[in-house]
Design a binder for this molecule. Sequence first.
Ligand code: FES
Length: 232
Amino acid sequence: MQVTLRIKRFNPEADTQSHFENYQVEVEPTDRVLDALQTVKWYQDGTLTLRRSCAHGICGSDAMLINGRNRLACKVLIRDLGNKIQIEPMRGFRVLKDLVVDMEPFFAKYRQVMPYLVNNDPVPQTERLQSPEEHERFEDTTKCILCAACTTACPSYWSNHEFLGPAAIVQGHRFIFDSRDQLKSERLAVLNDMTGVWRCRTIFNCVEACPRGIDVTKAIGEVKKAILFGKT
Ligand code: FES
């Protein structure tokens, strides 16, 4: 089948503002949007710039706006979109070129929640054991691949870029609810700040956008409860 890709382009060395360009591509219905984009780049216009690495929904590097919704290009099949597909960079981040956005502010917020296990007890002879029930408390948020689809779908983030955003809160949740972690109060203090969880208005865009199916709003709600009632 033939599809028309309408791609938002921006070259900082030549353009003062972004514009759309159309490309006709021959694809299989079972091809993914990433395949179509690579066909454009490899055979029609080598200047098209996008990020991708694993091509299997794991690395999170090819999140973009596909027909108005944040998606991983490597996980969306052409047959589910029809023959007119509009592709834009994620909203709310500075565009470096075409579909590539500046992720550094996103990772700066990620670092604020200290996304690593802290346990100052003596190192045990074996693993730090945890029951299945204890693991279940944060299992969902371990699935985050830091693609930023949730944060860049969040109107609260669009209106205030100081907001840490859903992804950073999800990463905080992953450690706050880990029975082995000993830095809960510090993480909760970061998320209780003016830029933290209280900026979430439970709009649920993050849940719809997450390519990993994480119940992001539920995780944010659990962090709010942990701040208010101290229960993790
Ligand atoms: S390229 Fe790695 S998630 Fe799509």
